[in-house]
Design a protein around this ligand. Structure first.
Ligand SMILES: [Zn+2]
Length: 451
């Protein structure tokens, strides 16, 4: 079980400063314990400090991004930090502010920003989720480099090499892109951001235990590739962060510092494994389903808020199933293509069907899986207990951080939330406890108690 009750040590920031360990990884001084090789990651500069006021030009100059600067923000992030960054960069060359009006990370948003950034060779994003995804994706298309000043600790996508985008079909996907050359966090700015943003970032971190349980289970039962490295690098910081959940809800700068560390290390984990599995399994599928198919039923909530609530659902499901002495028994997967098309629309359903079929059990597959589950169940229960945080403790942490803990708290109608939990597995080929529960005929009864 995770240690939640140790005394609050060490003092913040950790020995070596806010970017201890991160500095070693970025500078190529850290050896991957699984491969014995020096780790290589595609970043030049990652800097967090209690304040970066006055240091902006010194951080950006060595990146050599170009000579004509565009500082990209939305109205809120321009006020929070964008205006200050634009003024501070003037010694480096002409600087234009590109302030986007309620931007969306979709293909129309990409086309719009591509046009606005024509003629600028140096792109500096100031914002969080949408601003970073748009700048990352647009610069990745033509090989321009960019850097980002974070304005909120709301998600772990800053250091990932993928961009989260909504396609014409309505499907939200992770598209291959590139890493920012520089990632800069003024902790005082992030701590002053609206509290629900840090609570969302905390939700994205809280998924660790349920994602690790799904991923390890998939590795043991189906032989999927698994890596310990993403967990090794963030384990200590996750404990420090969880001890500060309530302080995070109060906008405490040190708590935000640990949150940014965990978000950053989680993103760096993708560089080592090439996948996001360590922090994105069944619980992220629930969120994807909500984002893609809620339509007018839900005006939208932040990614981290959704995955925080969904992590509690997955924890309840996993912990209930793992409490049983006997393993569940799966049957061949039932695929209802017509129902998927009705719920998702034709083009999205076609894409999802393809992914769903990759992990669906036929009769022989179900028999083989049951045999393996029967043989491994006692060992698997023991192994997964080491990754588990009891669901009551997870719920308390998320509430302390200021995040919603129920579908109603998210503003998602409970009946649609139940649909999302029941059907989200159709969207991805990653195998989770949702798949076992569904194929064992247990998921419908489980979701009746959710939402
Ligand atoms: Zn996430």
């Amino acid at each position: 079980m995770a240690r939640l009750t140790d005394p609050l040590t060490p003092e913040a920031p950790p020995g070596g400063g806010w970017t201890a360990l991160i500095d070693d990884i970025v500078a190529g001084r850290w050896t991957n314990p699984e491969t014995g090789q020096i780790a290589r990651v595609p970043y030049e500069s990652i800097v967090f400090a209690d304040s970066l006021d006055g240091r902006e030009a010194d951080l950006v100059r060595p990146l050599g991004l170009g000579s004509r600067y565009a500082v990209v923000a939305d109205a809120a992030t321009y006020d929070a930090m964008g205006g200050r960054v634009a003024r501070a960069l003037r010694p480096l060359g002409p600087v234009a502010a590109v302030v986007l009006d309620r931007p969306h990370a979709d293909m129309a948003g990409v086309a719009d920003l591509r046009e606005k950034l024509a003629g600028f060779d140096a792109v500096v994003a100031v914002g969080s989720g949408t601003i970073n995804d748009l700048c990352k994706y647009v610069t990745g298309l033509d090989g321009r480099r960019y850097c980002v000043f974070a304005t909120a600790a709301s998600m772990n996508g800053y250091t990932s090499t993928t961009a989260s985008m909504t396609l014409e079909s309505g499907l939200k996907v992770s598209l291959a892109s590139h890493a920012p050359a520089g990632f800069f966090v003024d902790l005082a700015v992030s701590a002053a951001a609206p509290r629900h943003l840090a609570a969302a970032g905390f939700g994205d971190c809280l998924v660790r235990s349920v994602a690790q349980i799904d991923w390890w289970m998939s590795h043991r039962l189906l032989g999927s590739v698994y890596s310990r490295v993403p967990y090794i690098i963030q384990d200590d910081d996750e404990r420090e962060l969880n001890r500060r959940a309530a302080a995070l809800g109060r906008g405490d700068v040190a708590a935000v510092g640990y949150l940014v560390r965990v978000l950053t290390l989680c993103g760096l984990g993708v560089s080592f494994t090439g996948t996001s599995n360590h922090g994105s399994m069944g619980e992220h599928q629930v969120s994807h389903y909500i984002d893609c198919f809620a339509g007018p039923r839900h005006p939208g909530s932040l990614h981290g808020q959704q995955v925080g609530v969904a992590a509690l659902t997955l924890a309840r499901l996993q912990q209930r199933m793992l409490a049983e002495d006997r393993p569940p028994v799966v049957r061949p997967t039932r695929i209802d293509a017509a129902d998927m098309a009705r719920r998702m629309g034709g083009p999205a359903a076609a894409t999802c069907l393809d992914l769903f079929r990759r992990k669906a059990f036929d009769a022989a597959g179900a028999d083989a899986f049951n045999a393996r589950l029967e043989a491994l169940w006692p060992a698997l229960r023991r192994e997964l207990a080491a990754f588990t945080i009891p669901v009551d403790a997870m719920t308390r942490l998320l509430a302390d951080a200021g995040g919603p803990t129920t579908a109603a708290g998210l503003g998602v109608p409970p009946d649609f939330y139940r649909e999302a939990v029941l059907h989200c597995r159709e969207m991805r080929d990653r195998f989770s406890f949702l798949d076992i529960a569904a194929d064992a005929g247990l998921l419908e009864a489980f979701v009746a108690g959710e939402g």
